[in-house]
Design a protein around this ligand. Structure first.
Ligand code: NAD
Ligand code: IPM
Ligand code: MN
Length: 355
């Protein structure tokens, strides 16, 4: 009897709408593939919790979460109630750091039937992974404000790259590239302008490449790299970037395949010492929240990534087949893909395709 404990955190806005669809599909998968998920829902890490308690998570959140096999996460942020940097640093970013989820793994794939905003591209042309460094880099709280209110007012914020931090994400990316048929790694850099951290990043890429002679590699400055995502997406296989560059590329990539609404991610602690966390790439989308129009596929594909991580490979593949089946039918697509299906209708049709 395969049983897994899952922590569930829905968050804010459309997080609360797409999460039930992710769960609906997971439950269909447990029935079809014969395993059990024990869900523990947490009512923290959302802005309503902040409004009541003055913080995003309870002080003992680690105990509350315990040691689940994985964390299934929606989306956090409601800037009308809590400034984004407060809500995110007090929840998602804290979880990534405290659980040392140093890999943020984000697939970019043009799916059959999904209208591609780039002319002339077909499924197979766009199929790569963004591997994003997830615990250091440009995301830092080191720095401060000085001389506030004077004509010398200034702010300063440091980028932090540690040898351990850079090497471990590069190692993960090279190993992923090694498993892919094309075996090609692309590094996102900006060593022409950002003169200390980025040349260091390049140096570590070059050093790491020596350990993977079977993997081809190249690098692009981030500016032309974004242009090439649009102009030549077919040249990418595994793209590795710092925290900020990886963040930007992992919205741009999915946008090039039709919508950010289907993009999933795994925040992974590769050693398995801490739980890993699976969530859509998108946020809480206040502009469409409460309307039952959000695309639930980012959450559902994240469920598939989670099952893959747990070793339920067949169930993960089953979910992806169900997603593809539904995406091929215009009437079952949500608004971001030109359809008119509701969040729930789309989720239901994927769950039905599984049973
Ligand atoms: P967003 O991803 O929430 O929304 C960007 C745009 O994409 C919006 O127009 C939205 O309607 C659309 N969109 C997003 N997901 C969609 C879906 N599933 N289906 C259809 N359309 C979808 O980004 P934002 O507007 O920059 O941020 C909104 C809030 O979410 C902020 O508080 C931000 O900090 C937070 N955020 C959280 C996460 C996370 O929890 N991982 C990620 C990104 C942003
Ligand atoms: C993401 C999000 C987060 C990030 C925000 C909400 C802090 O954009 O998961 O991509 O920048 O990592
Ligand atoms: Mn992002």
């Amino acid at each position: 009897e395969r049983t897994y404990d899952i922590a569930v955190i829905a968050g804010d806005g459309i997080g609360k709408e797409v999460m039930p669809e992710g769960i609906r599909v997971l439950e269909a998968a447990t029935r079809r593939y014969g395993f059990t998920l024990k869900q523990k829902w947490h009512e923290f890490a959302n802005c309503d919790y902040y409004a009541r308690h003055g913080r995003m998570m309870p002080e003992n959140w680690k105990e509350e979460i315990g040691r689940p096999a994985a964390i299934f996460f929606g989306a956090v942020g409601w800037p009308d109630i809590v400034p984004d940097h407060i809500s995110l640093w007090g929840s998602l970013l804290q979880l990534r750091r405290e659980y040392d989820q140093y890999v943020n793994l984000r697939p970019v794939r043009l799916m059959e039937g999904v209208p591609c905003p780039l002319a002339g591209r077909k499924p197979g042309d766009i199929d790569f992974w963004v591997v994003r460094e997830n615990t250091e880099g440009e995301y830092s709280s080191v720095g401060g404000r000085m001389f506030e209110g004077t004509d010398r007012e200034m702010v300063l914020q440091e980028t932090i790259m540690t040898r351990k931090g850079v090497d471990r994400i590069l190692k993960f990316a090279f190993e992923l590239a090694q498993k892919r048929p094309r075996k090609l790694l692309t590094s996102a850099t900006k060593s022409n302008g950002i003169a200390i951290t980025m040349p260091y990043w390049d140096e570590r890429v070059e050093a790491m490449a020596k350990a993977y002679p079977d993997v081809g590699w190249n690098k692009f400055h981030i500016d032309i790299l974004t242009a090439n995502f649009v102009l030549k997406p077919q040249i990418f296989d595994v793209v590795v970037g710092s925290n900020l560059f990886g963040d930007i590329l992992s919205d741009l990539g999915p946008a090039c395949t039709g919508t950010i609404g289907i993009a999933p991610s795994g925040n992974i602690n590769p050693g398995g010492e801490h739980p890993s966390l699976f969530e859509p790439v998108h946020g809480s989308a206040p502009d469409i929240a409460g309307k039952n129009v959000a695309n639930p596929i980012g959450q559902i594909w994240s469920a598939a990534m989670m099952l893959e991580y747990l070793g339920e490979t067949e169930a993960a593949a089953g979910i992806m087949t169900a997603v593809e089946t539904v995406l091929k039918q215009p009437a079952l697509r949500t608004r971001d893909l030109g359809g008119s299906a509701s969040t729930q209708a789309c989720g239901k049709s994927i769950a039905d395709a599984l049973s």
